[in-house]
Structures are given as C-alpha cells and as structure tokens.
Design a protein around this ligand. Structure first.
Ligand SMILES: Nc1nc2c(c(=O)[nH]1)N[C@H]1C(S)=C(S)[C@@H](COP(=O)(O)OP(=O)(O)OC[C@H]3O[C@@H](n4cnc5c(=O)[nH]c(N)nc54)[C@H](O)[C@@H]3O)O[C@H]1N2
Ligand SMILES: Nc1nc2c(c(=O)[nH]1)N[C@H]1C(S)=C(S)[C@@H](COP(=O)(O)OP(=O)(O)OC[C@H]3O[C@@H](n4cnc5c(=O)[nH]c(N)nc54)[C@H](O)[C@@H]3O)O[C@H]1N2
Ligand SMILES: [Mo]
Length: 646
C-alpha cells in the first residue's frame, strides 16, 4: 500500500490535505492528513466518497469528445488538439482574438492554473472575466476599511471569548473551521449565529438571532449605537487609529433603535443583549458568503467592520472581522503574462449571459471554458444558456458533461488532484498544500497544463509555455522561496505561510490612504420590496456535495425542493409536499414545497447546485445583477411568488 499526499482542489475553504491510499495502481481510500494544523486529519463526506462518486464514476469523461450532429463521439487527442488549435486560430484571424472568451470557473484553483491565463495572453489576449459569482462584494468593502482584506488565522478564534458566525454555515461549508469553533466553545467561548435561516450552525450555537435577510447593516448599526450609548467603546482606537468617525456616527444617529429593530425584525432587548455580549472582548466575527449576496452588500461588511472598530476588536488576538483569504496570494501571479497580450477585453462574470449576447466589436464567437458550470451556477441560467448557444464554437475542459459543458462542441477531459502535480492555496486559511499524483491519468485524461502546452505548440508559441510542472512550480512559488521555504518542502508536506499574520493589524497600520481604519461615511439603502413578488429567494450551499458537483446517482429523482413557511402555503392554498410554481421576474420553475415553520415568512429557502437538465436549477429564477461595489453577484436580490398548479 502506497500513501500519497495530495489536496482536495474542489471549491471549498478547507483545501484539505488528503492522503490517497494506493493498492496495485488503484486508489482504494482517501483519508485526511494529520500533518495540517487546520484540516487536521479528517475529510468531509463528499471527499471521502470522491472515489466512488466522481473519480471512478461512470459519468467521468475519460476520452476527448467531439459533437457530431448533436451526438458525442470519441476522438483521439491528436484530432482534438488539432481542432481546438484550428478553431482558436480561425476565430483570431477572422474576428480578432477578443472574439474568444476564456471562462475560468471555480472548479479548481491551483498554482498551475495561472498558466491557463498565460496561454491566452501568449496567444495574443482574449476576452476574460472580471468580477465574481462567489465573494468579491464584501472584499471590496473591507478593502475600503482596512486597505486590504485579511483574516485572522483560523486558530486565533481559540483566543476569542465570543465568536459571532454571521451569514455563514461552517457546520456544513467549512467543517474544519467548525471544529475549531467547537473547540473554542469547549474552552469557554460563547458561539453566536446570525442568520435568517436556522442552519445546522445556528442550531448548535449558544445564541441565535434570526434577522430579516438583507438587514444586517442595520443590525450592526444598532449594536454600535448601544455600545456608544453605554460607553462600551475603545476611545483610544477610535481617536488614534481611525478616520471618518464623525461621519459614521452621523449615519447611525440618523436611525432610531426602534427603527433598526423593526428593520431587522429582532427585538430591541435582543439587540441590547447581543451588544453587551459582543463588548466583552476579544470577540471575533466570522462572516460568510450569505452577507455578500446583495446589491449593496459592501455596506453590510463596512458596517460590521465599523462595529468591530468601535468596540476595539481590531488588531487584537481573538477579535477581528474574518471573511476569507486569497488563495493565489502566495504564488507569482505575474507569470500569467499580461504583458504578452496584445488585445484584451473583460466581461462581467455575474452577468455573463447578457455580456456575451450583447458583445460587439467583436462579438464573442468562441468560448473556451475550464472548471466552470455557469449555465447551472450563474444567475439567470436560461439567459446564460442562450448566450452559450449563440456562439459558433465551444471548447470545454472538465471532468463531466454538466449543463454547460454539454453545450460544447469539443470536450477535453482533465485530470484531477489525484493525478496531478501542483500546489494549492486556500480561501479559508494561510496554508499551501501539495498536490501529488497518486496514480497515472485515468483513461486518456490529461492535465490542463499539458493541454495548454500542446495547444501552444500547435499554435506556434510552445516556447512560452514549455517546462515540467516542477519547473513551473519553482517559478510560481518564488514569493514563498523568498520567505525561506523550498519547493521540496512545499511538495512534501502542507506549509503554513510564515509571513501571514495570525492577528492582522496588530501594529494598527492599515493600507488605506490615511493609513488608518476608515469608517464608512456614506450609506444608502432602498426598500426594494415588490408587491408582485413578495418573497426573497435564498439558495444556500448543499450539504453532501460542492455546488453543482452532484454525484450521478443523486440526479434522477425528484424536483427542486423549496422550504416555505406554512402560513404562506395556507394563504396560497398549497399543501405541504405539493408541487407548485415558483416565479420570479426572470423565470419560473415547478418545485416541491416543504412547509417549515422555522423559515421566516419573508423568504423561501432552497439549495443551489441543482442542474437545469434535471429541472432542479434555482438559477432559472435568479436575477443577473451586478453589485454596486466589488462586481459580485447579488443572488439574494431575487424575489419570487408561489402559485398553485392547476
Ligand atoms: N458542503 C459544501 N460546502 C461548501 C460549498 C458547497 O457547495 N457544499 N461551497 C463552497 C463555496 S463555493 C463557498 S463560497 C462557501 C460558502 O460558505 P457559507 O457562507 O457558509 O455558505 P452559504 O450557504 O453561501 O451562506 C451562508 C449563510 O448565509 C445566510 N444568509 C443569506 N442571506 C443573509 C443575510 O442577509 N444575512 C445573514 N446574516 N445571513 C444571510 C444563509 O442563510 C446561509 O446560511 O462554502 C463552500 N463550502
Ligand atoms: N443560486 C445560487 N447560485 C450560486 C451561489 C449561490 O449561493 N446561490 N453560489 C455561487 C458560488 S459561491 C460559486 S463559487 C459559484 C460556482 O460556480 P462554478 O465554478 O461555475 O460552478 P461549479 O458547480 O463549482 O462547477 C465547477 C466545475 O469544475 C469542474 N472541475 C472540478 N475540478 C476540475 C479540474 O481540476 N479541472 C477542470 N477542468 N474542471 C474541474 C467540475 O466538474 C464542475 O463542472 O456558484 C455560484 N452560484
Ligand atoms: Mo463560492
């Protein structure tokens, strides 16, 4: 039995260090690697079942495929690469290179993926994406406050007296962080959840507040008002290390506590209780993605940062406002070779359907997509599908035929983290984790690096891409080598990046223009309540898989399930368990209603990740908007109504 250390590259803050157990050339088991302080030797159910459900699954595509008259036909790599190279060349010659869109999804974000972008730059530059359908919104807000978005080391939460988990569900979405939170609780910390949905995290917390969705900026203002009234604030920090306090105070003075309580639908008594608890510092706030998904989500982040600043929780161990980490921060991103591109254009990821359909001079003619499923996962699925169908040619690199890659004309099968040599950063910690091949490529799958190197060769710029994985990694990790870590060490075992702070801003220096913490000084809001569509649509992360990566045996039965408060069902004369029509301003979907008293009456709740093909895709309903700051996707700005089916 061989044991190979690799890392799960799926889209999750864990970025777990994994041990692949290999017997006679076959991987028989995946276990966690204890040699990683954060991911600590255990794996989620989905990774434990990765071998059966994905890696050795019959749905995994093992050979290059070409679509002929709507049917997939197996072809050789030589033919596939010739077609891909010719299609890229033709589009560039006929319409200009920016008629090609390179869509890089979030399926795998490893160091070597920087070379994907290098390929397209060296090719002459194409259309790529800006913005994101994941975070981004809060990051933009935090950059205004702190000058940069950096988070407390997960282990630092062990030093907190109180941990507020705000719009996040780590019991499901970040189980290693959850383990740390549970340990902190054992040591005496109080765990508080703020979420309109009574999640698994909320259920297991000491205190739970259930605000109306989208009202958190007000809640943060209310908490801050009480701290100011009660003088539970850090005058030294405010006086010496912040900017715009007066303007900020004026904003919060403009709202009465009663108004705020009404807006959040949380009693004043509860807000006061929470404020007093939070004031017992150090208190850390751990923010999730739920708070991002609003048009003005950046304001929520800024108001929460302000609350932490007022209370003196910035720059202290066990305090802070933690959200995420930069997974590419410790690699040399300049290797993507922006300088090699002659022409470039960027299209907004959150509105990709519309951007493709409206593209001009040149129109998008060819899409090259890797590791993404925007038809199922981006807002307004039907529009995204229409946009993909409108182009002349699609080349997809993935493991499976999903709602998006199924629309392709050419499918190039990629290897996984069990076959590749690479390195992985994380958006949940400051660790870099090795990816090593446990077995050779299954079937005729190939690494993305190999695919792009072959294409570069055929297109005449092979020299710009050539090199082994190790040679490229050596260049990519230069920022880490400069900190005294060798590539050999990085490939052998997970490493916590030494330069990453455990407690950010300990020296009270901020990368803002004033070098101080900058309070939010303007605040806008509107009541975007729409009588026609009275219920907000929340679509949270699925428990047993990652986003649209649904195991094959789960697909075929049932339709999308949506939880609705029983009173709303009664009003609409719909029975629990019945099928009904859910409609938004962009689409409609037949769903199965599940009555649930614990969901609030101002939203309906479902999970994201379902496929369009199986009528389970919530994004048929979501509006393709772009946030006011941070170019993010405000999924939660979609409102719906429920109708009885006749
Ligand atoms: N099992 C599993 N784990 C995953 C993923 C997965 O698909 N499956 N996906 C991964 C990815 S890509 C990401 S980005 C992370 C996301 O990780 P999380 O942020 O933990 O997950 P979400 O489900 O997006 O949302 C978190 C919570 O925000 C709440 N929320 C929504 N609106 C509001 C609001 O207005 N105020 C407040 N206070 N809360 C609100 C939702 O009810 C939800 O419970 O998870 C990662 N981990
Ligand atoms: N309604 C709603 N929609 C959402 C969200 C929400 O909360 N609500 N959340 C959003 C969030 S947080 C995110 S991050 C996005 C995700 O959006 P996407 O990244 O578009 O969606 P995924 O389902 O993660 O698709 C990833 C694809 O990458 C493939 N893949 C995995 N590993 C590899 C690899 O090594 N190489 C290659 N070539 N392919 C690989 C997988 O097979 C899968 O097809 O979805 C967003 N969509
Ligand atoms: Mo995400």
């Amino acid at each position: 039995m061989k044991k190979i250390i690799t890392a799960c590259t799926r889209d999750c803050p864990g970025a777990c260090s994994v041990i692949a157990h290999v017997e006679k050339g076959r991987i028989v088991k995946l276990t966690g690697n204890r040699d990683h302080e954060f991911t600590a030797g255990f794996l989620c159910g989905s990774t434990k079942n990765y071998l059966k459900n994905y890696f050795y699954s019959s749905k995994r595509v093992l050979y290059p495929l070409k679509k002929i008259n709507g049917e997939w036909v197996r072809i050789s790599w030589n033919e596939a690469l010739n077609i891909a190279a010719n299609k890229l060349k033709d589009a560039k010659e006929k319409y200009g290179s920016t008629s090609i869109l390179y869509y890089q999804g979030f399926g795998a974000r490893t160091a070597l993926r920087i070379l994907n972008r290098r390929f397209f730059n060296a090719f002459g530059g194409v259309s790529t994406l800006y913005g994101t359908v994941c975070g981004g919104i809060g990051q933009a807000g935090q950059e205004l406050d702190f000058g940069e978005r950096i988070s407390h080391d997960p282990m630092d939460h062990l030093n907190s007296k109180n941990i507020i988990i705000w719009g996040r569900n780590p019991a499901i979405t970040d189980i290693h962080l959850w383990k740390i939170i549970k340990k902190a609780r054992k040591n005496g910390a109080r765990i508080i959840a703020i979420d309109p949905v009574k999640t698994e995290t909320a259920e297991r917390s000491d205190l739970y507040y259930q605000p109306s969705p989208g009202s958190d900026a007000f809640l943060a203002m209310g908490l801050s008002k009480i701290l100011l009234q009660e003088h539970l604030i850090d005058y030294d920090f405010i006086d010496n290390h912040t900017e715009n306090f007066e303007e900020y105070k004026k904003i919060i003075d403009g709202f009465s506590l009663d108004y705020i309580a009404g807006k959040c639908d949380i009693s004043l008594k509860e807000i006061k209780e929470l404020a007093k608890i939070y004031a017992q510092s150090p208190s850390s706030i751990i923010l999730g993605w739920g708070v991002h998904r609003y048009l003005k989500g950046h304001q929520t982040f800024r108001m929460i940062d302000a609350l932490a600043a007022v209370s003196g929780n910035i720059g202290i161990s066990g305090g802070g406002v933690t959200q995420g980490f930069e997974e590419f921060a410790y690699f040399d991103n300049s290797l993507e070779g922006v300088e090699l591109a002659e022409y470039t254009r960027k299209l907004p990821m959150p509105k990709i359907g519309e951007a493709i359909l409206k593209s001009k001079d040149p129109e998008i003619k060819l899409i090259f997509i890797s590791a993404g499923n925007p038809v199922a996962m981006s807002p307004n699925s039907r529009k995204v599908k229409k946009a993909f169908e409108s182009v002349d040619y699609i080349i997809a690199v993935d493991h499976v035929l999903n709602d998006t890659t199924e629309l392709a004309d050419l499918f190039l099968p990629a290897t996984t983290f069990l076959e590749d040599e690479d390195l992985l950063g994380s958006y949940g910690s400051n660790w870099v984790t090795p990816i090593n091949p446990a077995v050779g490529p299954i079937g005729e799958t190939r690494s993305e690096m190999w695919i792009f190197q072959q294409l570069a060769q055929k297109l005449g710029f092979g020299n710009k891409m050539k090199g082994t994985a190790k040679e490229w990694l050596l260049k990519l990790v230069e920022p880490l080598i400069n900190q005294g870590i060798t590539l050999e060490e990085l490939q052998r075992s997970p490493v916590r990046v030494p330069s990453a702070p455990k407690t950010p801003f300990e020296n009270r220096k901020f990368k803002t223009p004033s070098c101080k913490f900058e309070f939010i000084k303007e605040f806008e809001y509107d009541d975007n309540f729409d009588n026609e569509f009275p219920l907000r649509l929340l679509s949270i992360m699925p428990k047993r898989w990652i986003l649209s990566g649904i195991p094959e045996n789960e697909h075929n039965y049932g339709i999308l399930e949506v939880q609705i408060h029983p009173d709303i069902l009664k009003e609409n004369k719909i029975n629990d368990g019945e099928e009904a029509l859910l409609e938004s301003s962009v689409g409609s979907l037949v769903i199965k209603v599940i009555g649930n008293k614990r969901v609030r009456k101002d939203y309906v709740l479902t999970k994201n990740g379902g496929w369009l093909k199986y009528n389970k895709c919530v994004n048929v309903l979501t509006k393709d908007l772009i946030s006011e700051l941070g170019n993010g996707a405000p999924y939660n700005e979609t409102f719906v109504r429920i109708k009885k089916l006749n």
